[in-house]
Design a binder for this molecule. Structure first.
Ligand SMILES: Cc1cc2nc3c(=O)[nH]c(=O)nc-3n(C[C@H](O)[C@H](O)[C@H](O)COP(=O)(O)OP(=O)(O)OC[C@H]3O[C@@H](n4cnc5c(N)ncnc54)[C@H](O)[C@@H]3O)c2cc1C
Length: 458
C-alpha cells in the first residue's frame, strides 16, 4: 500500500517535495488553513529562474505567468549618502533573479502538485502533532486527527508542529527575538518617469533608530497590471503596526521622489525568518523543511529558491527509505545532505545579520564611507552567493584593512563575528554522518549557542 504522507501547511518546499513523492506513487495530502484563493501575498517575489526546472514544474513562461528580471540593488548606510552608496553587480543572466507575483507562483505550484497527484484540503487549521511514544503519527486539526506515516512540516517560521514536538528530539522550538523580523510591504504610486531614476532598487540599512531595521524602495514598470509603481519594504526586529510602518514610509517619501503617497496594493506586516537553518530537522515520523526549518537567507530572508532545491534532497531521502520506516535515523541523510549542500553556506551568513545587530549607525556609516564594504560583500544577498564573497583579493584591501584598524570598536565587533563564522565551519565538519540521537543533540546545542549568544537582548 502507498505510504501516506501528510504535508502540514502549503509551504513551498514541502509542497514541491510532495509533488515529487506523488509522482513516484506516494499518497500525499496537503492540509492548509487558508482557502485556495487566499494562498499567497499581494506582492512580487524574487526567485532564481532555475527553480522550476529543479523540481520538474513548468516555467512561468510555460504556465503563461508574467515575470520580469529584477533590478540590481544599490545599498546605502544609515546616512543615505549618495557619494558612498554601493551598487550590486550581478552577472546577467546567471546570477540575476526574476520577479513573479506570489499568488501566481502559488497557482503554478498548486496546479503542478495536483497534476502530480497531490490532494489538497483547505480551511484546515493544524493545532499540533499527534504523538505516540515520541513518534509523530499524525496532526491535530480543526477537522479532527489526520494520521500519516510521515509528517512533512511546511507550516512556516512559527510552525505549531515544530513548536510542540516532544523535547526528546532536541529540536529547537520558538525562535528567540532577532530570529524573526517583521516586514511591511506595499506598492505605492510612482510620480516620476521610472527611466529617469538612476538607482531603481534602493536598500538602506538602519534608517531608523531601533535595534535592527532596513528598508527598500524599488521602481518597477509594466508589471503586475501597473504601468509603473514603487515597491516598498520596511523591516524591523520588533512587531510594528501597518500605520507605524507607514509613518516611516512618509520619511522616505520626503527623500525619494519616486515614492508617491498613494498606496496601490498590499500594506500588511508579515513575519519573516532571518537566521541560521534549524540545527536538527528530523524526528521519528517528522521532518521540517522551508521556513519551519528556517531555511532562508539570513540577511534578506529569501527562502523560496532554496526551498525548491531542498525539496528534492528531502524527496530523495524519503524515497531511499524503501521500507518506509521514516525514523530520525532513516531521515537523517536529508538533514546531513542539506547541511553539506546548502546549510554550510547559509549558516555563516547569519553572522552578517548578527554583526549588523551589533553595529552602531556611526560604525555602519564608517564602513560605507571608508570603502570597507564593497559590491562583493553586498552580493551575498543575492541567490547563489555565500560568505566566501567576503574572502577575495582586491587592490584596495590594504587601504580597507587600515580603515578597519583605525576603528578599534568596529574591528573588535567584526573580528568576533568572524571567529564565530570560522567556528561554524569547524563544527560543520563534525556533523555526525550517521544518526545518533545523543550526538545529534549535542551537536545541535553547540550550533545553537554559536548564534544565540550574539542575539540582542530584548
Ligand atoms: C514581505 C516578504 C517578502 C519576501 N520576499 C521574498 C522574496 O522576494 N524571495 C524569497 O525567496 N523569499 C521571500 N520572502 C520569504 C518567503 O516568503 C519564505 O521564505 C517562503 O514563504 C518560504 O516559506 P514556507 O513556504 O516554508 O512557509 P510559508 O510561506 O510561511 O507557508 C506556510 C504555509 O503553512 C500554512 N500554515 C501555517 N500554519 C498553519 C496551521 N497551523 N494550520 C494550517 N496551515 C498552516 C500557511 O497558511 C502557509 O500557507 C519574503 C517574505 C516576506 C514576509
Amino acid at each position: 500500500m502507498a505510504k501516506k504522507i501528510i504535508i502540514a501547511g502549503a509551504g513551498h518546499a514541502a509542497m514541491m517535495c510532495g509533488a515529487t513523492l506523488a509522482k513516484n506513487g506516494y499518497d500525499v495530502t496537503v492540509y492548509e488553513r487558508r482557502k485556495r484563493d487566499k494562498i499567497g501575498y499581494p506582492w512580487f517575489d524574487c526567485v532564481n529562474p532555475e527553480i522550476f526546472g529543479m523540481v520538474g514544474a513548468p516555467t512561468p513562461e510555460e504556465a503563461g505567468i508574467e515575470w520580469a528580471w529584477r533590478n540590481d540593488i544599490t545599498f546605502y548606510g544609515p546616512n543615505t549618502d549618495d557619494d558612498h552608496k554601493i551598487f550590486q553587480h550581478l552577472k546577467f543572466p546567471e546570477e540575476t533573479e526574476i520577479i513573479i507575483d506570489r499568488y501566481k507562483l502559488y497557482d503554478l505550484m498548486i496546479d503542478y502538485a495536483e497534476n502530480c497527484g497531490v490532494k489538497f484540503e483547505y480551511g484546515v487549521n493544524i493545532k499540533g502533532p499527534v504523538v505516540k511514544k515520541n513518534r509523530i503519527i499524525g496532526i491535530q486539526t480543526s477537522k479532527g486527527k489526520k494520521m500519516g506515516d510521515l509528517i512533512i512540516d511546511g507550516c512556516g517560521a512559527n510552525s505549531v508542529l515544530r513548536n510542540n514536538l516532544p523535547d526528546y528530539w532536541g529540536i529547537q522550538k520558538d525562535p528567540p527575538r532577532g530570529d524573526i523580523i517583521y516586514l511591511y510591504r506595499a506598492y505605492f504610486d510612482c510620480p516620476v518617469d521610472p527611466d529617469s531614476v538612476e538607482d531603481k532598487y534602493k536598500c538602506i540599512f538602519l534608517p531608523s533608530d531601533t535595534d535592527f531595521n532596513f528598508c527598500w524602495t524599488d521602481v518597477v514598470k509594466d508589471f503586475d497590471g501597473y504601468d509603473k509603481f514603487t515597491d516598498v519594504l520596511i523591516a524591523d526586529i520588533d512587531p510594528m503596526t501597518p500605520s507605524e510602518a507607514e509613518r516611516r514610509a512618509e520619511d522616505y517619501q520626503k527623500k525619494t521622489p519616486e515614492l508617491g503617497r498613494t498606496r496601490l496594493k498590499g500594506g500588511q506586516v508579515t513575519p519573516l525568518t532571518i537566521r541560521e537553518p534549524l540545527s536538527n530537522l528530523v524526528a521519528d515520523g517528522y521532518v521540517a523543511i522551508g521556513d519551519s526549518a528556517h531555511m532562508s537567507m539570513a540577511v534578506n530572508g529569501s527562502g523560496l529558491s532554496v526551498g525548491f532545491e531542498v525539496s528534492q534532497i528531502l524527496a530523495e531521502a524519503i524515497m531511499a527509505d524503501k521500507k518506509g520506516e521514516y525514523t530520525a535515523k532513516t531521515l537523517w541523510p536529508y538533514a546531513y545532505n542539506f547541511w553539506k549542500k546548502k546549510g554550510i553556506n547559509m549558516a555563516p551568513i547569519a553572522f552578517v545579520k548578527l554583526l549588523i545587530f551589533k553595529l552602531t549607525h556611526e560604525q555602519l556609516d564608517y564602513a560605507f564611507d571608508k570603502g570597507i564594504l564593497t559590491w562583493r560583500e553586498m552580493s551575498i544577498t543575492a541567490d547563489q552567493h555565500s560568505i566566501f564573497q567576503f574572502l577575495h583579493w582586491d587592490w584596495a584591501l590594504p587601504k580597507r584593512g587600515v580603515a578597519l584598524v583605525r576603528n578599534p570598536a568596529l574591528l573588535k565587533t567584526a573580528a568576533g563575528a568572524l571567529i564565530d563564522a570560522l567556528g561554524i565551519f569547524a563544527l560543520g565538519a563534525r556533523l555526525p554522518k550517521k544518526y545518533n540521537r545523543r550526538k545529534v543533540i549535542r551537536w545541535a546545542k553547540r550550533y545553537d549557542w554559536l548564534f544565540q549568544h550574539r542575539l540582542p537582548k530584548a
